[in-house]
Design a binder for this molecule. Structure first.
Ligand code: ZN
Length: 167
């Protein structure tokens, strides 16, 4: 079932999330719903706070064919390396894109939907996505990485959209 995506301004997006402790049917349903919501948007990553659930998990699929699905539950970043710059967006900031610098590689440890731990090594777009989504779990948003001038421009754009009832 598709869920509603929470937009910037909602408190849940800036709160630190709680660890997942129960690996049950409800969790599996949440993960399935998050994939459905992400593909529908469309996007390549979605964190639980973005559907209003303040828990430590996110989903990702950066492939065109929708055949590289990853679920990261209680993730820990083990290593970051290198640098990349590129335009980044966020499903909680519809229509807003700007250049963000990220590590080019990330090694992450996380649990899957059954609670089993795995380790993943990601590069380029997938590394960018993992780092972006991980930030959501800490209550950090990509707008924090914008320059003060850019941040102000984005805030004004959002204010305008809010006045027009489009946010
Ligand atoms: Zn995001």
């Amino acid at each position: 079932m598709k869920r509603e995506i929470v937009k910037y301004g909602a408190k849940v997006l800036t709160e630190k999330t709680a660890p997942v402790t129960t690996f049950d049917e409800a969790l599996a349903q949440l993960v399935a719903d998050m994939f459905e919501t992400m593909y529908d948007a469309p996007g390549v990553g979605l964190a639980a706070p973005q559907v209003g659930v303040s828990k430590r998990l996110f989903v990702m699929d950066c492939s065109k064919a929708h055949d590289r699905q990853f679920v990261f539950i209680n993730p820990e970043i083990l290593l970051t390396e290198g640098r990349q710059t590129g335009d980044e967006g966020c499903l909680s900031f519809p229509g807003i894109y700007f250049e963000v610098e990220r590590a080019a590689r990330v090694v992450v440890r996380a649990q899957n939907v059954r609670g089993e731990w795995f380790e993943g090594d990601f590069l380029d777009l997938e590394a960018r996505c993992v780092l972006h989504e991980y930030d959501h779990l800490e209550g950090n948003l990509f707008i924090d990485k914008a320059s003060p001038l850019r941040r102000e421009m984005i805030r004004r754009k959002i204010q305008k959209l809010k006045r027009e009832g489009k946010w």
